[in-house]
Design a binder for this molecule. Structure first.
Ligand code: ACM
Ligand code: ZN
Length: 747
């Protein structure tokens, strides 16, 4: 999305070449290696001049990899016109599995490691020190790097199910992982919306389960043949990346049930879903045939993937079908299981034992703790850090990928690069620190077809690579940003279509001296950001007002600020919009009657009365939400005012368990003791009902005419109760989202 300096530099190199002269200023490495090595020291005035081909020398049993490593090192750069440069690779005892020692001398490069993985990382570092595009003269400063990773598990989850990704795209992502010294591709291969791995014993899984009809009638899908998977696994292995396949069970299995309905409790035919969420049809735990199926699938999976670990999912498995299934209930009775959580634990345990009997280990999402953690299981903690910590306390291993820092499907509005860089996988004072194997960034693809994946993974994954590789003591955001400035040139050269580090511009909202107005100040959050902003009033689009980003603006009505952005004078893709309402209640004293939710705090108590409105992105930070609870906000206008109308907006997105309230009430009072106002029951002004099925994802506005004097204004919203039977998360608590209580004064 950002400007491509790469093109400019290639042209310059080409131009110098045409004139037939040597580049006058050689490329000099500037120590901007990411992830930051554990130790590096460079001399000031002594260099290795490189303008010839590398001459690799290495122990004979490593030589099968020589060609591969040579390619890795010389892709895209180096003229090979001068004298060759000795690159001596030596095996030494005592370095860690992935550790290496790299020495640049004025006449050669020495690289030592104990294992091949260390050599690979050393070569990757060398590759980062060299220019990423063809150039004639390169100068490496003499010096030493001693390096090894902090964590053994440094992963990226790629969800190739919600949206299929081409095999070549997966390979390219493996290259990019390797270039950042990440060593695990967690490959999410089965889901509700698509089964993506060829299984010979069950051909319908890919004939039917890999394809879905979208709402617009088009077909989306695809799968990886065994041949393609073998090729991708081998490709990854050459780059020190282990692929851990994820075969989801017992939930997120609609595509399998659509292929073979007998796998579910009801046996009813179903289609591969074309919407997102958590679905209640899951593998039946009472039928032995389910386990015959899963063992056969896992046999074929283990035959394709040599990884020690196999991920079995285990998350988000509603229990409604099991509760109503005679076979599942029989299974519980036969095994003395007290509830459906224990049945899930038994289910996962059966699969774990099967994997163990084949010399493999199981990873599951933190829900596998519920009902008892199966023997030998490693927990991947996603709903916060707690699941991982509980696993460690129980003597198990854990991988950390909490939604707070590691969900790269979330927009930068909720998780920006600085937050990712601040991620600490090991809480202070934890006993059993060594049981935290590392972390992963999770790239779920519901809202990211392949064309968008780069822009979500990058640049945030670069920050994660440093969190997981480099030492905690040397982590420094400022220094990382400086390294990042240089690293963008590399990302450009590798043609990574990276997105933003953060929302490039924020607005500071404050009270204005003009009653009924708010003042906003633009604050660039990235270097070099500029642009223009326009305010469009909601009631009269002809009256738009333009501002400079350096100035503050006073807004006294409702509308939207639209910003077109530039960086270093060049247009940046994707403008910004800020819905806003200057009104007489903004920044007046507020009380709320619900708890602030840690995930949707909505700018705290004042957030329901600060002039900033929630947008169509429910994670934009403006929405305040509560799950299974009623919500209440009360504003004191500090003097009686003649009111015209009151309004509030809600979010509706039933797939994400977000419903409109069952009933709402606007109230007003002169003295804060006696109140007027009415309940509006089970229907909002524009006709939405609380628990009726609805496909929409939208902001719903409701307004109420008042025409009376009032000083105190109160608004209440009643939670509609659990997700109803027709919902895929039937019986789970619903959310309500709201923002903001707007008070319109009579003029
Ligand atoms: C998950 O995000 N459901 C693991
Ligand atoms: Zn069942």
């Amino acid at each position: 999305m950002q400007a491509r300096k790469f093109i400019v530099r290639c042209l310059l190199v080409g131009f110098v070449g045409m004139l037939g002269c040597e580049a006058s200023a050689p490329f000099v490495h500037d120590s901007s290696i990411v992830p930051n090595p554990q130790f590096q020291k460079f001399e000031v005035d002594s260099y290795l001049e490189c303008n010839g081909a590398w001459e690799l020398m290495m122990p004979s049993d490593w030589s099968p990899l020589k060609e591969q490593w040579h390619d890795w090192l010389t892709t895209d750069f180096h003229s090979e016109s001068g004298p060759s440069i000795p690159l001596e690779i030596e095996r030494v005892e005592g370095l860690t599995q992935e550790g290496y020692h790299l020495e640049i001398r004025s006449d050669r490069v020495l690289l030592s490691a104990t294992e091949e993985a260390g050599v690979f990382h050393g070569l990757t570092t060398l590759r980062l020190m060299l220019p990423q595009v063809q150039t004639d003269a390169v100068r490496l400063p003499c010096g030493v790097i001693d390096d090894y990773p902090r964590f053994e598990h440094r992963g990226l989850l790629l969800d190739c199910c919600r949206h299929f990704m081409e095999p070549d795209y997966v390979k390219r992502m493996i290259d990019l992982l390797a270039l950042h010294k990440m060593n695990v591709l967690h490959w999410h291969l089965t889901e509700d919306q698509g089964w993506r791995i060829q299984i010979d014993a069950y051909p319908e899984l890919t004939e039917k389960g890999a394809w879905r009809t979208e709402k617009d009638g088009t077909t989306h899908g695809g799968f990886y043949s065994k041949e393609q998977i073998r090729e991708i696994v081998a490709y990854a292995e050459m780059r020190n990346v282990t692929i851990i396949p994820e075969i989801e069970l017992p939930g997120h299995s609609s595509a399998a049930l659509a292929s073979y309905p007998w796998l579910g409790c009801t046996g009813e035919a179903m289609e591969v879903p074309n919407d997102w969420g958590v679905f209640k049809d899951i593998y039946c735990a009472g039928q032995d045939t389910t386990f015959v199926f899963l063992r056969t699938v896992l046999d074929e999976v283990m035959e394709l993937f040599p990884s020690t670990y196999i991920h079995i999912g285990g998350d988000e498995a509603p229990k409604v079908r099991w509760e109503a299934c005679a076979k599942c209930q029989n299974r519980m009775r036969d095994h003395g299981l007290h509830d459906e959580h224990e049945l899930q634990s038994w289910f996962i345990g059966e699969i774990g034992q099967y994997l163990e009997s084949h010399g493999r280990k199981m990873i599951g999402w933190d829900e596998i703790l519920e009902g008892g953690l199966p023997e030998g299981a490693t927990v991947q903690s996603w709903r916060g850090m707690e699941g991982g910590l509980a696993a460690v306390a129980a003597g198990h291993d854990a991988i950390m990928s909490p939604t707070s820092h590691c969900y790269f499907d979330y927009p930068v509005e909720s998780t920006d690069m600085e937050e990712v860089y601040g991620f600490e996988p090991v809480p202070e004072g934890l006993e059993g620190e060594g049981r935290i194997l590392g972390g992963e960034c999770n790239m779920w693809s519901e809202h990211a077809p392949q064309a968008l994946v780069d822009s979500k993974v990058f640049p945030r994954m670069v920050a994660m690579s440093e969190v997981l590789w480099s030492s905690k003591e040397t982590r420094n955001w400022q220094a990382f940003q400086n390294r990042m400035d240089k690293h963008y040139d590399r990302l450009d050269a590798w043609e990574v279509d990276y997105g933003w580090e953060t929302v490039p511009l924020s607005l500071d909202w404050r009270t204005s001296t003009d009653d009924g107005c708010i003042q906003v100040q633009f604050e660039p959050a990235m270097k070099g950001v500029g642009g223009t902003a326009v305010f469009w009033p909601v009631n009269d689009v002809r009256d738009e007002v333009a501002f400079n980003l350096q100035d503050s603006a006073v807004i006294c009505e409702e509308g939207v600020i639209r910003v077109a952005l530039t960086r270093n004078g060049e247009e940046m893709g994707g403008g910004l919009e800020f819905p806003i309402a200057g009104h007489v209640g903004a920044f007046k004293p507020v009380k709320i009657g619900h708890a602030i939710n840690e995930y949707y705090p909505g700018r705290g108590v004042q957030g329901l009365s600060d002039g900033r409105l929630g947008s169509l992105d429910f994670r934009d930070g403006s929405w305040q939400a509560a799950q299974g609870e009623n919500m209440m906000v009360e504003v004191d206008l500090e003097k009686a005012i003649s009111i015209d109308s009151l309004s509030m907006q809600f979010y509706l997105y039933q797939d994400a368990w977000i419903f409109v309230p069952d009933s709402i009430r606007f109230q007003w009072s002169i003295d804060g003791v006696s109140w007027k106002g009415n309940w509006l029951v089970n229907s909002l002004s524009n006709g939405y009902s609380a628990l009726e099925p609805n496909d929409a994802q939208e902001v719903i506005r409701t307004s109420y005419g008042v025409e009376e004097e009032a000083r105190f204004i109160r608004f209440e919203a009643m939670n509609p109760g659990p997700c109803p039977d027709w919902h895929d998360a039937a019986s789970s608590s619903t959310w309500i989202f709201m923002d903001e209580l707007v008070v319109h004064q009579k003029h």
